[in-house]
Design a protein around this ligand. Structure first.
Ligand code: NAD
Length: 498
């Protein structure tokens, strides 16, 4: 069986560790490959390669760095289908959905192509007699990225193109459940002309993560994953003196007002709730029906949910693939059982779903729950599967209070035809990314992405302008070029002339 090995200093390298993990095809439930799980020595080798490469990469001109990003971007275009195939095979999402994540990730590379413009500093002429002052930003050194299973290429692409374009070198620790896309990305970077050691991949689990968090040679860590691990990564890496951005889990609410167009809302909620089998950090999982809208909305959602076509990701007829693992399937099913026992109505039941010819695949059908209450576990916990819960409230204020009381604050949306309602919602709701009649408001690459509260630990959102700030630090220079024999004017007091 093929083994994914670490990519260090421009090549796949034999590892010190002999631990291996399984890589499944969720559509069939079969193990197809293995992945090397790094030990501390393997991580140290990747960090050493990155540290060595930093010496020359940080001295490489910004235009040369931008040109490599242009070449890398072109290779991502040429390999789009190949990348989508690998992602679909290891994650389970449909090929079309996988292509979408390749494109959205590529947009970050397009943003990074503008790095000469993004790194421009500021200059003040004559801040005092004969004195000028200017500021500019420099890279941090070796930075690490630790990423989740649900976007095998897009989430790493939120990080490394910007970090590398800024002059840093990078060590990626992708999810051990979906290693294939990172392997291919490493090869494409080499083809684009990126010097060896600037981009490295170590595969692994907690052992590899801990080694990165503790390494004295890693200056900063970008993490995306579940909230408990995000919190742990933030605390551990900051305790080891690193700059950290750690993006966590989510419970995203869509508020449906009585004045919304229910057919439009239904189409968008079914897509946002069940796309990628609900395994998106911006998936809608809680529908908040305001006032009299609930009965009609639930009836429409029921009819549309029943039409979702489930099957393997590589079948063009499939709209929704399997979930990532057998354990994830069991977890999701037990949440539905628990919700039902707690009094929720199972309007559409995906628990017994099977797909012809794939009896061992990790399938869960789209599931719609009504009359869900805030105390139920189906509401309090992030299920991360194709389960939409409907909660009923009387007013917009109640809907906003419900969202505010939830510990997560990643994304949310309001569906309405009232500008006033939309404005009130966007100003009051304590959530980082807000959609108005847009269910999954993922910011474009030239804005930054990030939630509030338990959905993000750290000060910076990811990619966009905040990404450039995260991966660089500022310098301010104050300079004077005195004439020969100019009177010095030096004094022991602070300058106080006005
Ligand atoms: P996860 O937290 O289990 O894993 C994320 C990364 O952490 C992986 O690389 C994994 O190897 C590593 N890891 C796992 N357990 C660890 C431990 N005990 N110590 C150190 N490292 C550990 O997340 P996942 O299941 O791969 O991904 C799904 C989660 O990611 C969901 O909660 C989802 O909401 C979240 N997510 C958030 C965003 C966002 O932008 N906020 C985006 C995508 C996914």
């Amino acid at each position: 069986m093929d083994i994914y090995e670490h990519w260090i200093a421009g090549a796949a390298r034999p590892a010190n560790s002999n631990r291996l993990g399984p890589v499944y095809n969720p559509a069939t439930g079969e193990q197809e490959r293995q992945v090397r799980l790094a030990d501390e020595t393997d991580v140290a080798a990747a960090v050493h390669a990155a540290k060595t490469a930093f010496e020359s990469w940080s001295e490489t001109s910004v235009t040369a760095r931008a040109r490599i990003m242009f070449a890398f971007r072109q290779l991502l275009v040429e390999h789009e289908l190949e990348l989508a195939g690998v992602i679909s095979r290891e994650h389970g999402k449909t090929i079309d959905d996988a292509r979408g994540e390749v494109v959205r990730g590529r947009e970050v590379v397009e943003f990074a192509c503008g790095i000469p413009q993004l790194l421009k500093g500021d200059f003040n002429d004559q801040v005092s007699g004969g004195v000028d002052s200017f500021s500019f930003r420099q890279p941090l050194g070796v930075v690490a990225g630790i990423t989740p299973f649900n976007f095998p290429i897009m989430v790493p692409l939120w990080m490394h193109p910007i970090a590398i374009a800024c002059g840093n070198t990078f060590v990626l620790k992708p999810s051990e459940r979906v290693p294939g896309a990172s392997d291919l990305v490493a090869r494409l970077y080499r083809e684009a002309g990126l010097p060896d050691g600037v981009f490295n991949v170590v595969h692994g689990d907690k052992v590899a993560v801990d080694a990165l968090l503790r390494s004295p040679d890693v200056a900063a860590v970008s993490f995306v994953g579940s909230t408990p691990i995000a919190k742990y990564v933030h605390e551990t890496a900051t305790a080891h003196g690193k700059r950290v951005q750690a993006l966590g889990g989510a419970k995203n609410h869509a508020v449906v007002m009585p004045d919304a167009d229910l057919d439009y809302v239904t189409d968008h909620l079914v897509a946002a709730g069940y796309g990628s089998a609900g395994q998106r950090c911006m998936a809608i999982s809680a529908v908040v029906a305001v006032g009299p809208v609930a009965d009609a909305l639930v009836a429409k959602l029921r009819d549309k949910t029943r039409q979702v076509r489930i099957g393997p990701g590589d079948d063009p007829a499939s709209e929704m693939g399997p979930v990532i693992s057998a354990a994830a399937r069991e977890r999701i099913l037990s949440y539905v059982d628990e919700g039902r026992a707690a009094g929720a109505e199972v309007v559409v039941d995906g628990r017994d779903t099977s797909v012809a010819g794939k009896p061992e695949g990790f399938y869960v059908g789209p599931t719609l729950l009504d009359h869900v209450h805030p105390a139920m576990k189906v509401y309090t916990d992030e299920i991360f599967g194709p389960v939409l819960s409907v909660l009923r409230v009387a007013t917009l204020d109640e809907a906003i209070d419900l969202i505010a009381a939830n510990p997560y604050g990643n994304g949310t949306a309001v569906f309405t035809s009232s500008g006033e309602v939309a404005r009130t919602f966007q100003r009051r709701v304590p959530v980082g990314m807000i959609g108005v009649n847009v269910p999954i408001p993922v910011p474009m690459a030239f804005h930054s992405f990030g939630g509030w509260k338990d959905s993000l630990f750290g000060d910076h959102h990811i990619h966009g302008p905040e990404g450039v700030r995260f991966y660089t630090r500022a310098k301010v220079v104050t300079q004077r070029w005195p004439h020969v024999n100019e009177e010095s004017l030096a004094a022991l007091n602070f300058p106080n002339a006005t």
